[in-house]
Design a protein around this ligand. Structure first.
Ligand SMILES: NC(=O)c1ccc[n+]([C@@H]2O[C@H](COP(=O)([O-])OP(=O)(O)OC[C@H]3O[C@@H](n4cnc5c(N)ncnc54)[C@H](OP(=O)(O)O)[C@@H]3O)[C@@H](O)[C@H]2O)c1
Length: 292
């Protein structure tokens, strides 16, 4: 792949402007289009070409990057993009679900183009810097062909597989982990706060707990992949007893007990399904089923 590749960026909101600016600064001839045309002005001043229409922008790029609010916004642009997309590569950095990503892949295939889906894990000001991190999915060969160009957005790129839905699913798994972690920290801060302890005093202990739990992940993952959950340390029954105590502590302290109660409910279901004597990783069996 030669160094400079014509890029079209469609959608110049906060993120689209950052993406187009990074392609420009990396030396790629960049054509931009936005529904509200004035948002292109700063980029045009930096050297971007202004397209008068979506079709004109798509026609100018080998790599066509779309970053609009959501897939509903993209749906309105599809006929205009699809008419001239044949033979090009579309990189969709619009947030959506894996279902939307896969459905759009069928549309791109039908118009004779190739398709990558990206999940941006960074803020606009981080794009093009060492802090940028973007997950991609879609055909490996297409990713490899354009990887050097995509690195204009930052070296933090990872390709997760051919299935177009995977970048979105990894992003979802990541935020699920983060929300659980943050909720645990904030519930703990509320519990300690009721005893007059500052949240700041909790931080070193919380960090130590996070590091300890992080050290367990690889072993848990092996058990999940193998489908056998020997209790190497504590059984789910022991965990459930400790969860019951935390529910009680929270209620006595007058803080919200919903989080430990929810966690205990999960453990109780695992026990009801026969996993009481297994290790904690067996809880995955509860997460594998929709709630009935
Ligand atoms: N900002 C972030 O920190 C961040 C981080 C990760 C991912 N993302 C994702 O990046 C995407 C864009 O986010 P953003 O922050 O750039 O949002 P934004 O500033 O609100 O910009 C939205 C963009 O979508 C365009 N748009 C909306 N509806 C449209 C329609 N019907 N037809 C044509 N264009 C339409 C807007 O055009 P107008 O200018 O004409 O309104 C604008 O260019 C979202 O999917 C977001 O989840 C953003």
């Amino acid at each position: 792949m030669r160094k400079e590749v014509p890029v079209a960026v469609i959608g110049l909101g906060l993120m689209g402007q950052a993406l187009a600016g990074a392609f420009l600064r990396a030396g790629h001839p960049t054509t931009v289009w936005n529904r509200t045309a004035a948002k292109a002005d700063p980029l045009v001043a930096e050297g971007a070409a202004r397209a008068g229409s979506v079709a004109e922008a798509v026609a100018a790029g080998s790599l066509v990057v779309v970053c609009v609010t959501d897939y509903a916004a993209l749906a309105g642009l599809r006929p205009l993009i699809g008419a001239v997309l044949g033979g090009k590569v579309l990189v969709n950095l619009t947030s959506g679900t894996s279902e939307e990503a896969r459905e759009a892949a069928e549309w791109v295939d039908a118009v004779g183009a190739e398709y990558l889906v990206g999940a941006i894990m960074s803020m606009p000001q981080e794009i093009g810097t060492a802090e940028s991190f973007i997950l991609y999915s879609g055909p490996q060969a297409v990713f490899e062909r354009y990887e050097a160009v995509l690195r204009a957005l930052g070296d933090g790129v990872v390709h997760l597989g051919d299935d177009h839905g995977l970048s979105t699913l990894y992003a979802g798994a990541g935020v699920s982990l983060m929300w659980s972690l943050l909720n645990g920290f904030l519930h703990g801060a509320a519990l300690l706060g009721a005893a007059g302890v500052d949240a700041s005093a909790f931080v070193p202990f919380a960090r130590q707990n996070i590091e300890t739990a992080a050290g367990w992940l690889a072993g848990y993952a092996r058990q999940v992949d193998d489908g056998v959950y020997p209790a190497l340390d504590a059984t789910i029954e022991s965990h459930a007893a400790a969860m019951g105590m935390l529910v009680h502590e929270s209620e006595v302290a007058g803080v919200n007990a919903s989080l430990p109660r929810f966690v205990k409910d999960l453990a109780d279901r695992a026990i009801a399904e026969g996993h009481g004597g297994n290790g904690y990783a067996a809880m995955v069996e509860v997460f594998r089923k929709p709630r009935v």
